[in-house]
Structure formats: structure tokens, C-alpha cells
Design a protein around this ligand. Sequence first.
Ligand code: BTN
Length: 263
Amino acid sequence: MPDVIAGLLRTSYTGHTLLYTQSTGSTNDDAKELSASYPEGTVFIAEIQSSGKGRIGRDWSSPPGGVFMSVLLRPAILPSRVPALSLVAGYSVAKAIRDGLGLDAQVKWPNDVLVDGRKICGILCEMRAELDRVADVVVGIGVNANLAVDALPPCVRETGTSLRELLGRTVDRNSLIADILNHLESAYGEFLVSGLTTLGPRITELCAFLGRPVVMRNLTARDQGETHGTLQGIDSQGRVLLSTPGGNVKSFSAGDLSLRPAP
Ligand code: BTN
């Protein structure tokens, strides 16, 4: 598998060091543990994870057939700009799925990829930093590639699906991984040079729920408040923009976004 992926890469450094294992706890944890010994762009891949991690302390179910990988990055940017990397990664996965598999993949702010409104990929970015300097960022990408949907926990099954289920056939995970890494290196390079100036509008074009009524749940406020609005896109900082019923546009840098059910 690593040799096949290597043969499909068009990158100048991403995936050139590729650590592949049958089973691990979490590829994100592996990348963080081994970061000091490996160069930027090193990729950690596992066939299964026994303690796959999702966002907000959730578990990430990681049965055989999925793609579980983490990319080690060392961006020379301020820590405050790092959250946009989730979008850069989501965009890269969406592009790989659209171009390689012909599915209408969309980026769900801030870190999911959906097809037909159902989640097929989650991204967990973990950063180590001083206040004004990033040490490393691990971009963890989990794609429901060749999973049987009934292998997923019931709560995940409600909102998620797999590429195999959508296409009615298994997908070539080596090509998918290489395509994601090819897109990621190019989008990451563009982001380092010009932030989201040129990339942002292309990400917005692929945004799920664009122009639709949504609810933003605040994950940090004590009151767990929520805001209703219409999704306008993302701004140059990677914040999501909602036009609210009062006519204002509000931006959010964190939160849980979902479609507002019809009344
Ligand atoms: C989410 O949607 O909550 C994010 C899921 C991220 C899962 C990936 S799988 C590879 C990497 N290793 C982990 O433990 N998590 C990420």
C-alpha cells in the first residue's frame, strides 16, 4: 500500500515519508508522539484505529475499509490562523472525491465533508504552539471509504454514509489517499502564501448549506446558546458567516453548524 501511494503522488514533500501500520490507537497520537523525528509532510496511515479520536472529545469509529491518516505540518503562521487549516484539508478531501470519484462532495464548516448531506469524512486538527509560534499541526483525516455502513455505530449511521455505499462499489483507497495528499499540498502551499484570499472563494463554492437556513450552536458559551441564520459562506479568516433574521451578518470562529429543520 505505501509503495502504491508513493507511485501516485505528485507532491514535492507531502507523503514522501509515509508510516504505514495495520493497527494503532490513533494516527493523530502517533504523529504527535513522533513529530520531533520526522519532517513536515510526513503521513501516518493505519488500516484500523482502536482509539480513533473525533472532534470535541468524541470517538471516531475506525473499522477496516476506512481511511485513517494524519499529516504532520509545521506552518510558519500565527496560531490564530491555524483553524483555517481544517477548511483547507476539508477542501482538499472534497476536491479529491469530486475529481476522482465524480461525487458532489461539499465542505461542511469547519471540518467535515458531506455527500448528499451525509458525512463521509471528518477532520481533526491538533496544534501545539506557543502564544505566537506554531510548533506543529497534525491534520487527522478519516474517510468512510469502503466501510459497510452497518459497521458504523447507530448514531453515526443516522447522519453518515460511506463512499462504497454511495457508489455501489469499493473505491481504490490508494488513489483516494494520493489524490487527497496531492490536493492538500497544493492548497496548503496556497494558504501559506496568500491565506484564504484566493482559496476562500473556492472553498465557499463547495460549502454545504450555502444559502440555506442553519443553526449555529455555541460550543464554548456556558449557556450553550444558538444562533439562527442563513449561511453566506466563509470570510478571509475562515470564519463562517450567517445572515441573521435581524439583517446583520454574524461571523463565528467555532461552533457546531447544522441545517435548520423546516418549521
Ligand atoms: C470528526 O469528525 O470529529 C473528526 C474525525 C477525525 C478522524 C481522524 S481518523 C485519522 C485521525 N486519527 C484520529 O484519531 N482521528 C483522526
